[in-house]
Design a protein around this ligand. Structure first.
Ligand code: GLU
Length: 411
């Protein structure tokens, strides 16, 4: 089943719980604007290659649309639509004044030189510049995009417009108006909610084992931050495989090992395991921090964790969700668990609009307040509806979006 089919299934389920009417459901299932582009890039060998790109602006009732740009060979419209919808929910859950969007290019960036990557990024902005802007739609990094790519995109946009406009994109390098703390923000936000979930489950940090799937930006920072908070990281993995040490991994050393060898695999003193085995490990907290559809109906029954903190977007399918619910696993949903990234993107945008920049501690403290408060609100909402945290988070977000649409006279 495609990811967007899963999204529609979830909308139907939540709509029933909230007793939404047909018009409201239709609105939630319909992206406001879908832009599909195809553009040429001159490769290093002198040949022209064409690429497919997307930008979906799903809902803008609560503010300019916001969301990252993903470079991945498997990017398709269904995935981008789903991610854009989740962004709208995410921004509503943490209460920042944005709608939801997402972009993507169908490409394997690992196969490109730096020059090709720069040309690709600039060409994408040339194709979509008319529909983005600080008060329209504000892109950011996502899977396999980073601050350097944001810098090229900003530069291209400013050249086309003939003016400085740092608020058009977030996740920029500090030198171009990036915010302190943006690089680690997704993980830092996830760490705050993991800590809230642990408190509720009576899990003491030094007696709590945490397993992290994915060692990219979000996963590696998560492992580092959570281990600094006193939790025990027993296993981590990347696309090539994972490592396990029940006594606890030295995450800093694992990171150095990955820098040297290209993978966490074969880390000295730890046992090599597969990604499949990692998801089924006995542990207190499991953090999927890679891609969508990792916990499915085929492996949900084998998940041994008491708490799942979804740092990735959409790691659990609706079928798997039902199984986890029955097993009594507490799932802290993606739209809450990974909202720290877009929250600091919002801080970055505010600083850009003011031209006045905050120190790291201010960013950290403001993020902590928002994340812990959002966890509390999601928890209360799920209590009110006698449901799980995912449904609670969706209800909280959808109520805000529907109220904004109603105030505008759109429903
Ligand atoms: N790509 C990130 C996400 O999925 C961040 C989006 C943003 O900062 O706008 O939440």
């Amino acid at each position: 089943m495609s990811v967007f089919e899963n999204v529609k299934e979830n909308i139907d389920y939540v709509a029933k719980t909230m007793k939404l009417d047909e018009g409201e459901v239709e609105l939630l299932k319909s992206p406001k604007r879908i832009v599909q582009v195809n553009f040429p890039v001159k490769m290093d060998n002198g040949r022209i290659r064409r690429f497919n790109g997307y930008r979906v602006q799903y809902n803008d009732a609560r503010g300019p649309t916001k969301g990252g740009i993903r470079y991945h060979p498997k990017v398709d419209l269904g995935e981008v639509k789903s991610l854009a919808f989740w962004m709208a929910l995410k921004c509503a859950v943490v209460g920042i004044p944005y709608g939801g969007a997402k972009g993507g290019i169908e490409v394997d960036p690992k196969g490109l030189s730096d020059r090709e990557l720069e040309s690709l990024s600039r060409a994408y902005v040339k194709s979509i510049h008319e529909i983005i802007g600080p008060t329209k739609d504000v892109p950011a990094p996502d899977v396999y995009t980073n601050p350097q790519i944001m810098a090229w995109m900003l530069d291209e946009y400013e050249k086309i417009r003939g003016e400085h406009s740092p608020g058009v994109i977030t996740g920029k390098p500090i030198e171009l108006g990036g915010s302190q703390g943006r690089g680690s923000a997704t993980a830092q936000g996830g760490a705050f909610v993991l800590d809230e979930a642990a408190r509720i489950q009576n899990l003491k940090p030094n007696k709590t084992s945490v397993v992290v799937q994915g060692f990219g930006n979000a996963g590696s920072y998560m492992a580092k931050i959570v281990s600094k908070m006193g939790y025990k990281i027993t296993a981590v993995s990347d696309s090539k495989g994972g490592v396990l040490d029940e006594k606890g991994l030295d995450v800093g050393k694992v990171e150095k090992h990955k820098e040297k060898t290209g993978s966490v695999k074969d880390f000295v003193g730890a046992k090599n395991i597969s990604n499949k085995e990692l998801l089924e490990l006995e542990c207190d907290v499991l953090v999927p921090a890679a891609l969508e559809n990792q916990i499915t109906k085929d492996n949900a029954n084998k998940v041994e964790a008491e708490v799942i903190v979804e740092l990735a977007n959409g790691p659990t399918t609706p079928d798997a969700d039902k199984i986890l619910d029955k097993k009594g696993v507490m799932v802290v949903p993606d739209i809450l668990a990974n909202a720290g990234g877009v929250t600091v993107s919002y801080f970055e945008w505010v600083q850009n609009l003011y031209g006045y920049y905050w120190p790291a501690k201010e960013v950290h403290d403001k993020l902590e307040k928002i994340m812990r408060k959002a966890f509390g609100e999601v928890y209360s909402k799920s209590d009110e509806y006698k449901t799980n945290l995912r449904t609670g988070a969706w209800i909280l977000a959808i109520e805000k979006i529907i109220n904004a649409e109603r105030a505008r006279g759109n429903i």
